[in-house]
Write a protein that binds this ligand. Structure first.
Ligand SMILES: N[C@@H](CCC(=O)N[C@@H](CS)C(=O)NCC(=O)O)C(=O)O
Length: 93
């Protein structure tokens, strides 16, 4: 995590029965990153919001602040390269 200050706002658009969403949840939880989860399966308007913000239709779609990270594959790649920690620090609230 970051040194001092508030953690960046992390938002994950997801649905309940998606394995990639589960993998993203585990990665964020393992890192101790708090996130807001928006279940798009419950509300078509939220799915529309996700598609408009991300330009993608698959779940999960993850944002750090207003920066679009992408799906689980993107999150995992950023974590492996160390860029995820930098992004969390840069977007610190
Ligand atoms: N490469 C993507 C794969 C995500 C994916 O395939 N999600 C499925 C649900 S588990 C999905 O949304 N499929 C419908 C679609 O692609 O529109 C990731 O890592 O997030």
């Amino acid at each position: 995590m970051t040194d001092g200050g508030e953690q960046a706002a992390v938002t994950m658009y997801s649905n309940e029965y998606c394995s990639y969403c589960g993998a993203a949840r585990m990665l964020l939880t393992r890192k101790g990153v708090a996130y807001e989860e928006i279940l798009v399966s419950k509300d078509p308007a939220l799915r529309t919001e996700m598609v408009e913000r991300s330009g993608r239709t698959s779940v999960p779609q993850i944002f750090i602040g207003n920066t679009h990270v992408g799906g689980f594959d993107d999150l995992h790649s950023l974590d492996a390269s160390g860029e995820l920690d930098k992004l969390l620090a840069a977007e610190e609230a």
